[in-house]
Design a protein around this ligand. Sequence first.
Ligand SMILES: Nc1ncnc2c1ncn2[C@@H]1O[C@H](COP(=O)(O)OP(=O)(O)OP(=O)(O)O)[C@@H](O)[C@H]1O
Ligand SMILES: Cc1ncsc1CCO
Ligand SMILES: [Mg+2]
Length: 266
Amino acid sequence: MHSEIFATLAALRQQQPVVHNITNQVVTNTTANALLAIGASPVMAHAPEEMIDMVSIANALVINTGTPSQGQRQAMKAAIHAAKEQGKPWILDPVGAGATPYRLELNSELLELQPNAIRGNASEILTLLTGSPTGRGVDSACEDTFNETLDYLQEQAGKLKTVLAVTGATDYITDGNRLATLTNGHPMMAKVTGTGCTATAITGAFLASCDDPWLAVVASIACLGIAGEKAAFSAKGPGSLQMHLLDELYLLDEETIKTRLSLSSQ
Ligand SMILES: Nc1ncnc2c1ncn2[C@@H]1O[C@H](COP(=O)(O)OP(=O)(O)OP(=O)(O)O)[C@@H](O)[C@H]1O
Ligand SMILES: Cc1ncsc1CCO
Ligand SMILES: [Mg+2]
């Protein structure tokens, strides 16, 4: 599958999609730089007054609930409605969905607006799907047992007509019919805040450049995992990992994807 993944990345680099992000205060800079490194054109905007105009110049919308204010909540809904009207894909990152009742309520509201894809860690995705909080803040607390719930994940993706991506040591991506399991990446990636938010942001770019949303999400998560494990070779710790990750996203080529891809799909 490496050639389909590279073709998807090549299409993204050719198109340089504009990706509109309504995201959290922690990762705004990191995710903008990751989008530039992979070949997209980021714009970060959350004033409710400019949402319709901003969506109209964008090719995809990324919604991340990491630091959700009341104003952002309003902006998110306005932007999502505009994206749906204009037939543009949008992706949800339900950051810390189970951390507080406010976050769970907001994320449940956003789920009802039918995202084209949803990416989170195991706790966030299970919280969102079941409505019962799990996890610790923005970090996952149920990854070890996640593979027991894969049938449920597939069933929910089919029911919600979306692509669900659960990331962690192993990444699972399903649209209800197809399931990809990826084991690229490196444990140090979890020691840099916002690597998951980066996964979601670049997935917005892949969704803009690929007609098959499942393939777009698989390609995105595979590219990040491969770039992350390569970055970890040259990194001394989380600080330099963050810097090397941007370089590896920028340098990613077909040969690297071919030799490093660790994916099974069914
Ligand atoms: N133990 C691990 N081994 C390999 N790769 C990992 C590991 N933990 C995370 N990753 C990779 O790191 C990236 C982010 O995934 P993660 O599940 O940590 O996101 P997250 O919890 O939403 O992060 P954040 O909230 O900080 O943005 C994914 O590409 C994932 O594959
Ligand atoms: C640490 C943190 N807190 C809110 S959002 C965020 C970034 C990782 O999700
Ligand atoms: Mg996250």
